[in-house]
Design a protein around this ligand. Sequence first.
Ligand code: DGL
Length: 289
Amino acid sequence: MPSNAPIGVFDSGLGGLSVLQAVRALLPHESLLYVADSHFAPYGERPDAFIEQRSLAIGRWLREHGAKALVVACNTATAHGVAALRADAPWPVVGVEPGIKPAAASSTRGVIGVLATAATLRSTRFAELLARHTAQGQRFLCQPGRGLVEHIEAGDVDSPEVMALLEQFIDPMLSQGADTLVLGCTHYPFLIPAIRRRFGTALTLIDTGAAIARQLQRRLETDDLSAPRLLNASGSLQLFATANATALQTMADRLLPNAPRVQTVEIADFGPRGPASLDLPPNLPIISV
Ligand code: DGL
């Protein structure tokens, strides 16, 4: 794979733009292909196997479109799909996980709120991550952020409904002494202004976008896949959505200078369990953790 090939980045929707923005800031010379799987968003209320299969389908699509490496810019897809993605092909796959480690390092009281999707919180990967830190005496108050992703996908980051959800989720953390909040879903950094407005500086907010970009940089260097840094030349960017291109476009225009037009694509399912296992309606009933 040539080192000037693009890097594939995906999320269930527009949340991964928070990671893409950090990647663009650190590695402006790298070309990027971003896929928002908006047709199936949110992933956070989907069954584990469904999330794994969508991750595989998008990973393969990005590889077929020339990606040299993959950033799974979604905690939920990382929790349920990163192992299958790594087993599927020998290419660099960088995932994201809730910033439990930096939160444990930054909390002075040792009480940490974790806001993430229901699917992330019930995953084995997350349980193992947490176990490594609870063993050191920290307390983690884990809260599924049900409803938040739907609002953010609709471009709503500060309506009274969003503020009410934030209060419902964060007030109990504060009353139990939390001083740190892990934003364990890549959509949630878009809520930082709303969280700050409502809760001031009562909580240190942990977002891992910049750390993921640094991890990607290290991985590209190790695999000898870094694009050449040419003076003043920036890498290209292409944005794709499997539905709801307008939502992705609006957020991309807000975050990225000269954001390109979003292209709508269909990405078929062809995971190891075959297409039949994905014969599921886009909106499944909510499953509880
Ligand atoms: N942005 C995603 C995450 O980091 C997924 C949100 C969702 O689709 O539920 O988990």
